[in-house]
Design a protein around this ligand. Structure first.
Ligand SMILES: O=c1[nH]c(=O)n([C@H]2C[C@H](O)[C@@H](COP(=O)(O)O)O2)cc1CO
Length: 144
């Protein structure tokens, strides 16, 4: 199973430790194409210095998105890139998507994400950090 994980980079790295935990957990279910999202070496400037620059990052990520079987996104920290990835994935029709949001952040999730939930293919799940493992287990066992 190929998993595309979305998390904020240039939108801000305050949830980095949680992304690391999610990436670690996702390895139990398949290969994580976007492991770098959970890398402590990546700051909010992103993959600077990459040959091909932002165009290359964009094209590689859209390609990975196309290859992926499922998309898991941590959407608490608002990020243009994550919103864009989710919109593109919706258009790819057959992908199953899980968006994880922490109400304890005090934020209100964008209507364009919560309002896209259909309870089937596009899931939005409010959670607290201690529920993470259980929620991922439920999600991946529902795919079998
Ligand atoms: O350097 C990068 N590498 C990369 O893979 N991304 C992708 C993966 C993340 O899920 C998402 C983050 O978007 P943003 O940087 O706008 O927060 O975009 C984004 C950047 C920087 O925008």
């Amino acid at each position: 199973m190929k998993i595309y994980f979305c998390g904020s980079i240039r939108g801000g790295r305050s949830d980095l430790q949680l992304y690391q935990r999610i990436v670690h957990e996702l390895h139990r279910y398949g290969s994580v194409l976007t492991e770098h999202v959970g890398s402590a070496e990546l700051s909010d400037t992103g993959e600077e210095g990459r040959t091909g620059g932002d165009r290359d990052i964009h094209d590689r990520d859209v390609d990975w998105l196309q290859q992926s079987d499922v998309v898991v996104a941590e959407v608490t920290q608002p990020s243009l890139g994550v919103g864009y990835e989710l919109g593109r994935a919706v258009d790819m029709k057959k992908k199953k998507m899980l968006c994880l949001f922490r109400p304890s952040s005090g934020r209100t999730l964008s209507a364009m994400i919560r309002g896209a939930a259909d309870g089937e293919r596009f899931l939005v799940r409010d959670y607290s950090e201690d529920e993470l493992e259980k929620i991922l287990e439920e999600f991946f066992s529902s795919l079998k």
